[in-house]
Write a protein that binds this ligand. Structure first.
Ligand SMILES: [Zn+2]
Length: 425
């Protein structure tokens, strides 16, 4: 069968199923009956399958290319729109969103409204609203049936506002317009938006403890805050992360507490491929700015090497006043101010002296019998003048901890290592 005698004028950006709803109405039957009569499977049409779209195009006289462009196409857990991939679970859903001004002008659902992070209509500067929430997939997109119901509920129209820089960038990427020329353009669009959103949420949490209760009309805000923090490319982003650490707390609180949802997003194992560049940025930041040791874990990955340590830990290990370590440490601006960290390598050079037996035991929190056992087993390195090398002993402990499973109640507490140390003989 070719074009139906009764069709409808095309609407730019309208999804195939919304068009089918209108064509059905023009032919005075329900959407479900229309699809059945025309041999179109509703789930295939909703999923944007090419053969159903070709069939609908033939029946309605609307261009295949236009329908394909406007309808998200779901394949193997991915949803494609404008050549850009989204996780299919993030597209659509029970809630159907849209711009009330667009619908007033032309009754149809635009495919772009079903995408995550699309929160405004740039044509009308109108924030999108949830039009309705319907469980049945076909009924959900049956605009002709749903729209009169909505009018009865007197949907309030959100106030107009200018699209945020994030929104302009996001919509621009969907249109293949790279006028923003942003550092994020090199990465997957959805992953970049997730990163912006979580980064923004973490940043907002430093100023506004009740960020969770952001009202509907401010839901666009976190992604924009994150987007702006990313504007200065890699280096500025790292400075922003350091600033977040500074505002959010102390190193003892750990990266999970400070970065919150951003950490959780990137700690998923296995991390989705598109998020790997962002995971690497956060991981490098954490490794370079936190006092971490073998036995700790960063983004679900074990730490293998001691990078930085707290000045207190260095002072304790070498049994020197903390003020001496502080005086010897030049602030390099990498860690947040007040975190008082020192590079382990730097500390070794500056405080490389050996320790006499009592200080050595104290520095490593060893009980006398533990010390005696390990010493007799030849595990500790003597230095000149009958002293002991505390750094070498710490390396030994770190080695024992490599591959150890982290526990979250007690961090690397050296006291608990007496037993494995004794077992090294
Ligand atoms: Zn609109």
């Amino acid at each position: 069968m070719s074009k139906l005698p009764l069709s409808v004028p095309p609407i730019l950006g309208e999804t195939a199923v919304s068009l089918a709803s209108r064509v059905a109405q023009a032919n005075l039957i329900s959407l479900r009956e229309f699809l059945r009569d025309m041999g179109i499977k509703s789930e295939d049409l909703i999923a944007g399958q090419q053969h159903t779209i070709e069939r609908l195009a033939e029946l309605s006289g609307v261009s295949v290319a236009e329908l394909l462009r406007a309808t998200p196409r779901v394949v193997d857990g991915d949803a494609w729109f404008a050549g850009i991939r989204f996780p299919s679970a993030s597209v659509g859903g029970w809630q159907v969103r849209g711009c009330l001004d667009c619908i007033d002008a032309q009754l149809g659902l635009r495919g772009i409204w079903s995408l995550p992070f699309v929160t405004i209509c740039p044509e009308h500067n109108r924030p999108l609203v949830t039009l309705w929430t319907v469980q049945d997939k076909l009924e959900r997109y049956d605009i002709v049936e749903r729209w009169p119901e909505l009018e009865r509920t007197a949907q309030t129209r959100p106030e107009m506002r200018d699209p945020s820089p994030f929104e302009l960038w996001f919509l621009g990427r969907l249109e293949g317009n790279d006028a923003c020329d942003h550092w994020l353009d090199q990465f997957d669009l959805h992953a970049s938006a997730q990163f912006c959103f979580e980064l923004g949420r973490a940043a907002i949490a430093t100023k506004l403890p009740k960020w969770r209760s952001l009202p509907d009309n401010q839901q666009w805000w976190p992604a924009d805050v994150g987007y702006r923090l990313c504007s200065g490319r890699g280096e500025a982003l790292r400075a922003a992360l350091t600033e977040l650490q500074h505002l959010m707390g102390q190193p003892e609180e750990g990266p999970r507490k400070i970065f919150g949802g951003l950490y959780d997003l990137l700690a998923v194992d296995p991390t989705p491929k598109a998020l790997l560049p962002f995971r690497e940025i956060l991981r490098r930041q954490i490794l370079e700015t936190w006092p971490l040791a073998p036995g700790d874990e960063v983004l679900a990955e074990t730490v293998l090497r001691r990078g930085r340590m707290s000045q207190r830990a260095a002072a304790r290990l070498m049994q020197v006043p903390e003020a001496d370590v502080l005086a010897a440490t030049a602030s390099d601006g990498r860690s947040p101010p007040g975190w008082t960290l020192i590079d382990t390598a730097e500390a070794r050079t500056m405080f490389g002296h050996g320790l006499a037996e009592p200080e050595f035991q104290k520095g490593l929190s060893l009980l006398p019998h533990q010390f005696a056992q390990a010493r007799d087993a030849g595990l500790f390195q003597p230095t000149a003048g009958g002293l002991w090398d505390a750094w070498a002993a710490q390396d030994l402990i770190d080695e024992l901890l490599t591959g150890a499973e982290p526990i979250y109640v007690v961090m690397h507490d050296w006291r608990s290592l007496g037993e494995p140390l004794a077992g090294c003989r």
